[in-house]
Design a protein around this ligand. Structure first.
Ligand code: ATP
Length: 308
C-alpha cells in the first residue's frame, strides 16, 4: 500500500492510505488578555508544533470503520464522540455526495486533557486527510471555518498540520500570524499523569486582563527564543497549580536537568523544557524517566521556519 506523509499531494487512487502526524501543540507562551461577552477568553499565544504526536491513517473502505490504538487509546472515546469522528461527520454533513466510506485509524500517543491539544490536532489531521481523500478541494479558510465548529484550537492545528511552523494565535485562537523566522527547539514534554479540564482551569483564573504578549521578533538561534520567552508567561499556570499542585515539582525537576527555559503548555498539566541541543534534551528525558517511570516523557523538537 502506498503511504503519503505530505498533505499537499494530489488525489489518491482507491487503494491508497493517507498517513499524517497529528503533532503536539506547545503553547510556548500564553497570555490571557480579556474575556468576550459570551464568556470566551481572549488569548495571545506563541505556539509551536512538535515532531512528536498522534498518528492518523485514513483509507477508502467498503464501509466506515474507526479504531483507536496506542498508549492513551483507553482514555478517549472510540465512537462518534471522538473528535476525529466529529471531524469526519462535519465534512460528511456538508458534502454528503462526496463522502465515501472510510477506514480511520488513530494511534493515540499524546496524553488526554493535558494542554498539548491532542484532540484538536487529531481533528485537524482528519479534516486535511479527508479533504484530500474525498477530493473536496477546500482551501485553508474553509477548513478553518469548519474546524472552528469543532473547537477554538482547530485553526491553529490546521495551520500547524499544513505548514508545521510556529505562529502567534490571538482572539479565541482564530487570528493567526506565522512567525517569520524561528529555529528548531530541542524540547522535552513531561506529564505526571494529571489530566486538567480546560474549562475548570479557566474558572479558577483570578485575573483575566493580563498584559499582551510582546511581539515576537524573527529568531535566529535558540538563545534568542529563550531570552524572549523569559519575558512572557503562561497566565493559566497559577490557576492550574491550584488544581494540580504537582506542577511546581515538575518544573523544578526540569531546572535540575539544565533546561534553558521551562513552562506549562496550554491549561496543563503537560510542561515543557527547552534545551541547547538534542543530546541535552535526550539526557534530561532519560533522567526524568529513571526517576518517574510511569510519567509521560518525550524528547522531541519543534519544527522551524527554515524547514519550509
Ligand atoms: P487543549 O490544549 O486544546 O486544551 P488538551 O490537550 O487539554 O487540549 P485534549 O487531549 O484535546 O485536551 O482532550 C480534550 C477532551 O476531548 C477530552 O475530554 C477527551 O475525552 C476529548 N476527546 C475527544 N476526542 C479526542 C481525541 N481524539 N484525542 C483527545 N481527546 C479527545
Amino acid at each position: 500500500m502506498n503511504r503519503h506523509i505530505s498533505p499537499l499531494l494530489p488525489r489518491l487512487s482507491a487503494r491508497e492510505t493517507i498517513s499524517l502526524l497529528a503533532p503536539a501543540k506547545i503553547n510556548l507562551a500564553l497570555h490571557v488578555t480579556g474575556r468576550r461577552d459570551d464568556g470566551y477568553h481572549l488569548l495571545e499565544s506563541l505556539v509551536a508544533f512538535a515532531a512528536f504526536g498522534d498518528q492518523i491513517d485514513v483509507s477508502p473502505a467498503r464501509q466506515d470503520h474507526f479504531a483507536v490504538t496506542g498508549p492513551f487509546a483507553y482514555a478517549v472515546p472510540a465512537d462518534g464522540a471522538n473528535l476525529v469522528m466529529r471531524a469526519r461527520d462535519a465534512l460528511r454533513t456538508r458534502f454528503p455526495s462526496r463522502a465515501r466510506p472510510v477506514d480511520i485509524r488513530l494511534e493515540k500517543k499524546l496524553p488526554i486533557a493535558s494542554g498539548i491539544g491532542g484532540g484538536s490536532s487529531d481533528a485537524a489531521a482528519a479534516l486535511i486527510a479527508l479533504n484530500r481523500l474525498w477530493a473536496l478541494d477546500l482551501d485553508m479558510p474553509a477548513l478553518c471555518e469548519i474546524g472552528l465548529s469543532l473547537g477554538a484550537d482547530l485553526p491553529m492545528c490546521l495551520h500547524g498540520q499544513q505548514t508545521g511552523l510556529p505562529l502567534v494565535a490571538r482572539g479565541i485562537g482564530e487570528a493567526l500570524d506565522p512567525v517569520s523566522r524561528f529555529p528548531s527547539l530541542p524540547i522535552v514534554l513531561a506529564n505526571d499523569g494529571t489530566g486538567l479540564s480546560t474549562p475548570q482551569v479557566f474558572q479558577a483564573l483570578l485575573r483575566r486582563d493580563h498584559p499582551p504578549l510582546p511581539s515576537p521578533p524573527a529568531f535566529s538561534v535558540i538563545e534568542e527564543v529563550c531570552a524572549y520567552l523569559q519575558g512572557t508567561r503562561n497566565d493559566l499556570y497559577a490557576a492550574s497549580l491550584t488544581l494540580a499542585p504537582g506542577l511546581a515539582g515538575l518544573l523544578d525537576l526540569f531546572v535540575q536537568t539544565g533546561a534553558r527555559f521551562t513552562q506549562m503548555s496550554g491549561s496543563g498539566a503537560t510542561c515543557f523544557a527547552v534545551f541547547g541541543d538534542n543530546a541535552a534534551a535526550a539526557r534530561a528525558a532519560a533522567f526524568l524517566r529513571a526517576r518517574h517511570p510511569q510519567w509521560f516523557v518525550v524528547a522531541t523538537e519543534t519544527r522551524s521556519t527554515s524547514e519550509s
